[in-house]
Write a protein that binds this ligand. Structure first.
Ligand code: GLY
Ligand code: MN
Ligand code: MN
Length: 420
C-alpha cells in the first residue's frame, strides 16, 4: 500500500514547480456512458490518483499558491442517502482526509463559487491569481461532454488576466521515477500475474479455445486477490499471434501451435505487463525453438543493456540489430533491413499506474524508471508469433528484472507443462 505520507510528498514536489500566484485544478474524472443508462466501469484519472490517493469519481483537487503559501482543498460528492442505497457507499469527509492527507474537504456543489473566489480575490499586499494549471492531456473527460480543454476556454473567457498552463508534463516527470513503495506494488502485480500464468501452463492443451485460457487468467487473479486486469488479455494461437494486439481469443488451439499470452494483473492500480509464449502440446518443434531462442536472447540482451543514461530508442536499436542478425542466420531474411517485416513494434514502454505509463520517451533512463522489455517476431508464413516481455527496474548501476521469477527458458516451460 502507498502510505498517505507518500501522496503528500508527491504533492509537495509538484507544488515546488508551481509559479507563485497560481491555482492548480485536477479532476478525478467520471465514468463514461456505454449505452442507455449504462456506463463503463469507472477508472480514476491516474494523475489525480497519483497525487491524492483518492479513487472516487467526480472528485476535484484545488491548490492555490499565493505569496508562496500553499492552500489545498479536495472537493467530493455530497452525502446522499438515496444514492447510497442504489450505488453504494461514498467517501465521508473524514475518510477523504485520512486517505489524502488533505485537511480542507468540501462538497462539489461549492466548487464553482470557491474557484471563482480564489481567482478573483484581491487581498491587500497579495497579488491576484495570474496562472491556472490544468492537466490538458487529450481526451481527459470530465463528463460525457466536457474535457479539461473546455475548462481552459471557460477560464480564459471568464478571467482574461489569467494564463492557463498545462501541468501534465510536470506530473509525468514525477510518475516516471518510482519510489521503493511503488516498486513493491509493481512486484506484487507481477507475482499475481505469475499465479495466473502458472494456471495457464497447467491447463493449456490442443483443443482448448483461446478464450478458455484468457478467462482462466482473469478468474485466477480474481480468485486470488480480487485483482483486476492491467489490460484486456491477449491469448493468440498460431497465426493469430502475428497480430500484435489480437483482440478475439475465439480460435480453437491446434496441436503444434505456439500460443502467445500478453497479460497482466494490477495491484492497487499498479500494472504488471508480461508476455510469454508456450507450445500448445507442451513441446517446441526445432523450428519454433530456433525462433523462440532468438527472441529470448534479444530479451536478455536488452535487459543487460538497461542502465541509467540509455534511451528506449537505443534499446530498440540493440534489439532490432540482434533480431536482424539472428533472422539472417536462420535464413528467414536475406538482408538485415528486412527485419521490420517480422519485428514491427518497439522494445517497450514505461510501466506504472498505467500499462503504457505516460513518459517522455526520448529522455535517457534514470534510476527508478520501470520499463518493459518485449522483443517479438511475427512470421505469418510460418504461423508463428512470439513475444517475450519482462518488466525491468532501472537501478543506480544497471537494472533489475522484476519479473525474473516468471519462467521463460524452453526447458523450464516444457518441464512445467510435462508435470501436469
Ligand atoms: N500489453 C501491451 C503491451 O505489451 O504493450
Ligand atoms: Mn504486454
Ligand atoms: Mn508492454
Amino acid at each position: 500500500m502507498i502510505e498517505v505520507q507518500e501522496f503528500i510528498t508527491r504533492r509537495n514536489k509538484l507544488y515546488d514547480k508551481l509559479k507563485d500566484n497560481s491555482v492548480l485544478i485536477l479532476f478525478a474524472g467520471v465514468s463514461v456512458k456505454r449505452s442507455a443508462d449504462e456506463t463503463y466501469p469507472f477508472t480514476i484519472n491516474k494523475n489525480f490518483y497519483y497525487l491524492t490517493g483518492i479513487e472516487q469519481e467526480g472528485s476535484i483537487l484545488v491548490v492555490s499558491k499565493q505569496d508562496k503559501a500553499i492552500n489545498e482543498s479536495l472537493f467530493i460528492s455530497e452525502y446522499d442517502e438515496v444514492k447510497e442505497k442504489w450505488t453504494g457507499k461514498r467517501l465521508r469527509v473524514d475518510e477523504a482526509k485520512k486517505k489524502s492527507g488533505i485537511n480542507n474537504i468540501f462538497y462539489l456543489n461549492t466548487f464553482q463559487s470557491e474557484i471563482n473566489t480564489i481567482i478573483t480575490r484581491k487581498k491587500i499586499g497579495v497579488e491576484r491569481i495570474s496562472t491556472i494549471y490544468l492537466d490538458l492531456e487529450p481526451q481527459n473527460m470530465l463528463d460525457n461532454f466536457k474535457t479539461t480543454k473546455d475548462y481552459l476556454e471557460i477560464f480564459e473567457l471568464n478571467y482574461p488576466w489569467v494564463t492557463v498552463l498545462n501541468i501534465y508534463n510536470e506530473i509525468i516527470r514525477l510518475r516516471m521515477v518510482k519510489s521503493s513503495a511503488e516498486v513493491e506494488e509493481l512486484k506484487d502485480a507481477i507475482s499475481k500475474t505469475n499465479i495466473g500464468l502458472k494456471q495457464i501452463l497447467k491447463n493449456l492443451k490442443p483443443g482448448k479455445y483461446e478464450y478458455q485460457l484468457s478467462s482462466l487468467f482473469y478468474y485466477t487473479i480474481q480468485d486470488n486477490d480480487h485483482s483486476e486486469l492491467s489490460f484486456p488479455t491477449i491469448c493468440a494461437s498460431g497465426v493469430n499471434a502475428t497480430c500484435l494486439h489480437y483482440p478475439n481469443a475465439s480460435s480453437k488451439i491446434a496441436d503444434g501451435d505456439l500460443v502467445l499470452f500478453d497479460l497482466g494483473s494490477q495491484n492497487n492500480y499498479y500494472c504488471g505487463d508480461i508476455s510469454r509464449t508456450y507450445p500448445a502440446n507442451g513441446k517446441f518443434s526445432q523450428r519454433q525453438k530456433d525462433i523462440y531462442n532468438l527472441v529470448l536472447a534479444t530479451n536478455k540482451l536488452v535487459a543487460e543493456s538497461v542502465r541509467p543514461g540509455v534511451t528506449l530508442k537505443e534499446l530498440n536499436d540493440i534489439a532490432t540489430k540482434n533480431l536482424a542478425e539472428g533472422l539472417l542466420k536462420l535464413g528467414l531474411i536475406e538482408n538485415e533491413s528486412e527485419v521490420r517485416k517480422y519485428y514491427f513494434h518497439s522494445i517497450g514502454h514505461h510501466l506504472g499506474l498505467d500499462t503504457h505509463d505516460p513518459s517522455i520517451r526520448e529522455e535517457p533512463l534514470v534510476s527508478g524508471n520501470v520499463i518493459t522489455d518485449e522483443p517479438g517476431l511475427y512470421i505469418k508464413e510460418l504461423g508463428i508469433g512470439i513475444r517475450i516481455e519482462d518488466d525491468i527496474l532501472v537501478t543506480d548501476d544497471g537494472s533489475y528484472v522484476l519479473s525474473g521469477k516468471i519462467i521463460k527458458e524452453i526447458d523450464d516451460i516444457e518441464k512445467a507443462m510435462e508435470s501436469i
